[in-house]
Design a protein around this ligand. Structure first.
Ligand SMILES: NC(=O)c1ccc[n+]([C@@H]2O[C@H](COP(=O)([O-])OP(=O)(O)OC[C@H]3O[C@@H](n4cnc5c(N)ncnc54)[C@H](O)[C@@H]3O)[C@@H](O)[C@H]2O)c1
Length: 371
């Protein structure tokens, strides 16, 4: 007797702009395990062109019509951040697992509303953090779980990118109310999500944030000093004013240094492993069949497809995504209050639970005073 071939999962994409292309390519790469059946965009012409390019047969301009008409296994939310939670909740209420682009929500309060509906309906809400799913990061997390590298002591996490003033011409970019924040929420979040995935819970942080040169309401740089539960100390820099761009993570464990330097996605070739003196034998643990796949949406979606097809772990669910969002909120709270913030401190009616700016952005006050 042969096993029946698994059913092809039916996916839809809401928002057919820039990043939706990476989602549609990932779906196409994983065929026939999953197929794109429908797309939605408020811009009908954009949705039509996208559907034609990626072979989706149905096009909608309103997500409500999508959920009314289609039977889906997964919906990808690729719209601007202000729409993520409302669309995510719509998906969960329709019983459809949802994969939401980062940042999941504009605030911790909004994140908690999404998490509550996911809990109530039993339908998963997942967030795109694709750099957790590259082969080398997965391997590193395995070694950390086994404890073979010793205690984590020091880490450096840098997102040093560059964005032009014109990048902010899109109306949803650079504003607290629609994007949720600057490079802390939109750019560096990928790197520090991986930092948190490797190092686990943090205890407290102290941060600065500034708007150096870009025409935004949000910060264009933030920096944090972080202490982890393990005792490890880390620096986290999120910048979009750095002409030579790079993304870098460095972990110093007792017995080895593990580093990656890339820009928007890494392969195994971007990682180095340096054993400490007396621990040279660990190099053999790092070695394995090299992967040249770039850490991207395909890797994360492959794990989600496995889970939806009967596997168990779909990846970044609401609890994990909230940890990363809390780190962003704490960065802002520390920077704008001018004092350290403890993990778990931002809750209840704290202004930084309601919005990432907490109503305390110093340059906004200067602008107001000048009116
Ligand atoms: N994971 C990554 O590496 C990565 C990279 C880039 C962007 N992103 C994230 O992806 C999201 C989208 O970014 P983008 O650059 O693709 O934006 P974009 O502006 O290029 O595309 C967004 C699309 O959503 C559509 N849209 C807006 N509101 C809608 C609604 N209510 N219903 C249906 N369609 C709607 C717009 O018409 C547009 O076509 C953002 O959250 C961004 O931070 C993630």
């Amino acid at each position: 007797m042969t096993d029946a071939a698994p059913r092809t999962l039916r996916a839809a994409i809401i928002g057919t702009g820039g990043i939706a292309h990476a989602h549609a390519k990932a779906i196409a790469d994983l065929a026939p395990r999953i197929e794109l059946v429908a797309v939605v965009d408020v811009d009908a012409a954009r949705a039509e062109a996208f559907a034609e390019r990626f072979g989706a047969r149905a096009v909608y301009t309103d997500a409500a019509d999508l959920f009314e008409a289609e039977t889906l296994d997964l919906v990808h939310v690729c719209t601007p951040p202000v729409t993520h939670v409302p669309l995510g909740i719509q998906a969960l209420r329709a019983g459809v697992p949802v994969l939401i682009e980062k940042p999941t929500a504009l605030s911790l309060d909004e994140m908690d509303r999404l998490a509550a509906v996911s809990l109530e309906t039993g339908v998963p809400a997942l967030t795109v953090f694709q750099h957790r799913f590259g082969a080398a990061a997965q391997h590193l997390m395995g070694l950390v779980r086994e404890g073979v590298l010793g205690r984590p002591l020091v880490a450096v996490c840098e997102t040093l990118w560059h964005r032009s003033p014109e990048y902010f011409d899109l109306p949803w970019r650079g504003r607290w109310a629609v994007e949720g924040g600057g490079p802390t929420m939109g750019h560096g979040i990928h790197q520090f999500d991986l930092l948190l995935a490797v190092l686990g819970p943090w205890t407290r942080l102290s941060a600065f944030a500034a708007r150096q040169s870009l025409p935004t309401d949000t910060e264009d740089v933030s920096m944090a000093l972080v202490e982890f539960d393990s005792g490890a100390l880390a620096t986290v820099v999120n910048s979009i004013v750095s002409p030579r761009e790079t993304s870098r993570l460095r972990f110093d464990f007792e017995h080895a240094t593990v580093e990656v330097e890339h820009l928007y996605g890494y392969t195994d070739a971007d990682w180095t492993f340096t054993p400490a003196a007396g621990h040279e034998h660990l190099a053999a643990l790092w070695e394995r069949e090299p992967s040249d796949e770039v850490s991207g949406h395909r890797g994360q979606l492959a794990q989600i497809v496995d889970a939806l097809s009967g596997g168990d772990d779909p990846g970044v669910g609401v609890i994990e995504a909230r940890r990363t969002l809390e780190f962003a909120a704490a960065t802002y709270a520390s920077a704008f209050r001018g004092r350290p913030v403890l993990a778990g401190e931002i809750r209840g009616d704290d202004a930084f639970a309601a919005s990432m700016d907490g109503g305390l952005v110093p340059w906004a006050a200067i602008k107001e005073a000048a009116k």
